[in-house]
Write a protein that binds this ligand. Sequence first.
Ligand SMILES: Cc1ncc(COP(=O)(O)O)c(C=O)c1O
Length: 622
Amino acid sequence: MLDMKIPQIDPFIGDEEYKAIKQCFVDKWITEGPRTKLLEEKLLGLIGAKYGVFAPNGTLSLYLALKAVGIGDGDEVIVPDFTFIASATSVIMAGAKPVFVDVNKDNFQIDVSLLKKLLNKHTKAIMPVHMYGTMCDMESVCGFAKENGLLVIEDAAQAIGVKYKGKHAGNWGDVGSFSFFADKTITMGEGGFVTTNNSEVYDKLLYLRNQGRKERGTFIHPEIGYNFRITDFHSAIGLVQFGKLPEIIKRKKIILGWYKEKLKGIEEVTMFRPFTGYDWIPFRVGLLANQAHQLMGYMESKGIQTRSFFYPLHKQPAFKEVISHLIKDSDFPNTCYAYDHGVCLPTYPTLTEDKVEYICSTIRSFYKERRDIFYKYYDNMFADKDYTKETKFIWEMTKTYGVGEVKKVLEIGAGTGNHTKEILKRDIEELFAVDIDPEMVVRLKKKLGLKRNLKIVEGEVDQLREKNFDLTLAMFNVVTYIDSEKQLKQFFSQVYSRLKPGGIFVFDVWNGVAAIKDPPKEKESKYKNVNETIKVKILPETDFTLQKVRLRYMFEIFKDNEIVTEGEYLLTQFLWMPRQLDLILKRVGFEKITTRSLNDLDKRSDSFDWKVVYVVQKPLKK
Ligand SMILES: Cc1ncc(COP(=O)(O)O)c(C=O)c1O
């Protein structure tokens, strides 16, 4: 894979297209002619529109569409802020002003709920843009346009073949526009197509595109028009491509399936997807990724060509003069989000499964390398923490409530072994240190070395056969990683069955009540490590409905004040409510001894304590 070069796109063209062009030479018909007519019929058949005309490209077809419906000087056209620049420049070219609107966060299609406040007496039209091979909510767009007497010009450049409820993109509004540029689902090299069901608009289109006349060969021109014709070379390619459309769609869907499968489990990314029930011909395979721009740099360095999502139009340097200076990023949170997080992965019909595998494993290693920084500097973050205090408390608890001396201990979520080291200082016969994270286990083994009374186990508790522990501890939020009652019950049962009667179980946990009252805030800390400075920023995101906090640890490592490397780690904490925990513990059979505030172990916890320590016991007799 060393020399792997994977382009973003690779047009699905070959001998067939070449032969078709050659035939134009043989027939000596190189300007717009029979091939163009035939392609027009085929496209209209697919799209279901009554009329259609070609343009040299998608930008000019948008311009024709706008002019044909009468958009011009002083008019305003609402254009989504998230689209290729041509959607807006065609409006400017027509003499009108584009007014930008934010898109939805699900799949970056126009947000109809924001249109109302943009209306004024100049507003003439809306231009929904169907993004990335799926469709906008056209029922809402058309409903809104009708209510407010606006025209609808659909930019369907990326949506050939895409339908909703059987109706093709571009055939919902007053006019539709398509592009056949080299990266589109089917291509003519360059090419555009305008569709309409209105005979007057069609007439206008004919005049505009062919020097203000409908017939060739006459020099009498009833209207002012220009030359927007194409050549039969383009249409010859277009016809072959049209024939390949079903195969292209099939292959693109297979490729999408590979991506879905192979990206599973990478928590840092989610995939772009259409609204439920809408067609999707993955013109692009879009990813929403943490640190997307760094990821793209990394992928490029591994020979994979990526593209970002579109840059918000309201920020385009080219539009500085055109749009009001009052426009603010805060009016376009979703387009800003899309640009910051969006990555287009390579997709083209000849892309093979091993290449998709390479792309996905490159993404995986990017995040793994960044996570490794977390592991490397993990101990620095906890260097000042006093583990003796917690261990002392645990021993006090077992002495007061347990049965006899603590000889056999089970530690769940041993991590890098900070508690483990403390436990080993006690007079115990055997300590089982368990962790499900293989990286942590490797580090733990390295750090603690071989010890007669220590067994380090990678995996879950259920693989342990021993059933006579005096004490089990699960510190460092083991319980908060579990996010379902069923799994938590299972986990508690596993612990229960491995304890001796009278055995003690101690665990710490986030207090959901406190975290919901006072959600975690952004925090930045600095640590020193020989000649490095480690900056850690924790960015929390609380989801109250899901009862979760997602913590994003961002690491920056500096040497001599220069940043040398960066890392990132994602951690999700489930916010268990104390009542939920009490119920599950009881159902499993535990008896609660006490709950303490983790910050002050001498104090019983209350609902303001963020982190709580639970001490429970397996009863002697049931
Ligand atoms: C949404 C959208 N509109 C318009 C265009 C312009 O099409 P063309 O490149 O054929 O001029 C494109 C091309 O990428 C596009 O993606």
